[in-house]
Design a binder for this molecule. Structure first.
Ligand SMILES: [Zn+2]
Length: 237
């Protein structure tokens, strides 16, 4: 892993619906690039995470996903509360659609009465937890691994367009959010990692070598390395 930082605009689907995993658009005037880490990385200290979720089981799954990241971010402390008030605001409101999150401190630019992350309800606990794990990676500042500038995805491009293009997801969006590597300056880059939770599941038919990439449901060694690099332990003085 990984691409870190600075997201902008719409990111595409977390499998399989292209309508999902949409990152809120960058507020006007916030499109600068460059020092992405300092731009989107949370400062060391306490982050309040508000859970506005339907039941205790959903909350437990999200807390479990947060803890998996938190184990590798000793410079951050997550104060997890019920409700809608916090730095990171996670909702499963059925009035909203898709699985998406603000990227890192982009959350600060979202209206305080709005969630910064949305998770679609599902009775599939494993899927819900792995989606929460992926989205919380975005909330910490991580970007999509399949757009890593050194990715080795030998896309079968016509198949990719066939698979993802829809009324809601144009060919241009497929290009921008699936096919094109993210070469913006200022990103923290660690080696490309197909086992990252920030990588999409890739069906075998979308690659010319015919090898699919499975859905990753736990932090890879590369994810751990990337997040520790973004949030290094605070040295005692
Ligand atoms: Zn995503």
């Amino acid at each position: 892993m990984s691409l870190i930082s600075q997201s902008l605009a719409l990111a595409p689907a977390y499998q399989p619906s292209p309508n999902n995993d949409i990152t809120p658009p960058e507020p006007a005037g916030r499109t600068k690039r460059g020092i992405a880490d300092s731009d989107k990385r949370w400062p060391d200290g306490v982050i309040t995470v508000a859970l506005d979720l339907r039941d205790e089981k959903s909350k437990a799954l999200v807390v479990d996903a947060i803890r998996e990241w938190a184990h590798h971010t000793p410079a951050l402390r997550f104060n997890i509360v019920d409700g809608k008030t916090g730095d990171i605001r996670i909702s499963d409101d059925e009035g909203l659609k898709g699985n998406w999150s603000a990227i890192g401190t982009q959350a600060r630019h979202i209206d305080e009465d709005q969630p910064t992350m949305h998770l679609d309800r599902t009775d599939d606990s494993k899927k819900f937890r792995s989606t929460a794990l992926h989205e919380f990676g975005h909330a910490l500042g991580l970007l999509h691994e399949h757009q890593h500038p050194q990715n080795t995805l030998d896309w079968d491009r016509p198949q990719v367009y066939d698979y993802y293009t829809s009324d809601a997801f144009s060919e241009a969006m497929v290009r921008e959010h699936i096919l094109e590597p993210d070469n913006r300056p200022g990103l923290q880059i660690t080696p490309y990692d197909p086992q990252s939770v920030m990588h999409y599941e890739i069906p075998a038919e979308l690659r010319r070598n015919g090898q699919g990439i499975p859905k990753n449901t736990t932090l890879s060694a590369g994810d751990q390395q990337a997040i520790r690099r973004l949030y290094p332990p605070v040295n005692p003085t």
